[in-house]
Design a protein around this ligand. Sequence first.
Ligand code: NAI
Length: 469
Amino acid sequence: MTEDKKYDLVIIGGGPGGYTAAVRASQLGMTVACVEKHSRLGGVCLNAGCIPSKALLDSSELYVAASRRLADYGVRAENVSFDVSVMMQRKHRIVEALTGQVRKLLEAGRVEIVTGVAELVDAHHVRVSGVSGEIRNLNTNFILLATGSRPVSLPDGDFDGHHIVDSTGALEFSEVPQHLGVIGGGFIGLELGSVWQRLGSRVTVIEMLPQIASGLDGQISRALKRSLDKQGMAFRLKTRVNRVEISANGVNVAVVSGAAEETLTFDKLLVAVGRKPQTHGIGLESVGIERDGHDAVRINSRFQTNIASIYAAGDIVAGPMLAHKASAEGVAAVENMAGMASEVHYDTLPSVIYTNPEVASVGLTEDQVKERNIPYRAGTFPFTGNGRALCAGDTEGLVKVIAHAKTDRILGIHMIGHGASEMIAEGVMAMEMGASSEDIARTVHSHPTFSETLMAAAASIQRQMSKKS
Ligand code: NAI
């Protein structure tokens, strides 16, 4: 084993947390190595998560539009069909292009990309085992842990990659499953369930809680469920999974809701019951890095672990497992190493579910505001009242703005509807700037646009206030 040159920073993990941090560190003048065990950079997000799922969501959505919606617009399209293999090839090209761009970005920043499995040796050394067995020992001032997360499996139903799959497997089906079972009505279950349901699968989502996407504002979650119900997705809420068995017929899932147990049979089963931090095999124990009860690496407000030279960012630390959260933390961690006082504003972290209609939110839900006894006003506006939505034929959904009853400062914005993933950025910016609902209501929006729904929801709070005074 040879002792390498000394780096300012070695990053373990080339996903959104790691590669974004690498670029920022090189801009700050650091010498950086980024270690990634896969040949492609980009982590789960680019290779087996956010990006490929959106590629398939877009393909399947176009199929639905062409086969079922175009006639309403006066457009004739007969004998519309699809080809799963072409959808998969397109998805693959997008992943290749984007991961290639990330590689070029790091190379342009003179970040050394090291392919291999990294393990901490001590506070300043990282051992890397390369693909052909070569070992390197990287000597560094700082280390950033950005190894991400891995899917949680069921106690007795481990992924076999064929019948029982995780999100990666559900992005690779070579044909449309007849009956797809989805355990977990969260982000992954609803997005990937949508892909295959649109292409003809019968999809049944089994969720142990009384509502899907339970972190959402209740009104939005109910609206999403109504919409997915209409599209034909079946839901078994308040339902627990007792056993999972692979049989000649497919996968048998013994579920219980109330007292009775029943068995549901699927030809494929997607298990999407959450993810856990990827903390194994990277030497955390040998260096004594502290973790919390959920196995997440503990960090302070500067993203520093209990070992001063080792920082951590992304899914490996606590908080929502979102790519943009990981990137923001990676950048802030590196800036802290460089002596800057950077932070991530978790109160204004947006989240999006790319179903149709899309769901997007930022800030507190109405239930959270109530639980905290914060005096508030909520204003809503439906997409049916929006001219652009009527023209586009996308009238499903609503926007909700929650503001403090005394100060009018915006506490949360929640929306379901066409373009919500893009529209939420305005809400995030408003909250970042400490805006009031009056600020949004008085901001002139182009007409006709979907974003007028946000202005109108804020204006409805203004009307409530003027009625009071
Ligand atoms: P999730 O936490 O969003 O949803 C998991 C769901 O499974 C929860 O509703 C939970 O109540 C349910 N569940 C757990 N155990 C169960 C059981 N035994 N039986 C039935 N239901 C059960 O996790 P998910 O969907 O696996 O996603 C993992 C992570 O990936 C999330 O943290 C999410 O933020 C992230 N992600 C984000 C996306 C986005 O930003 N659009 C897309 C996909 C994933």
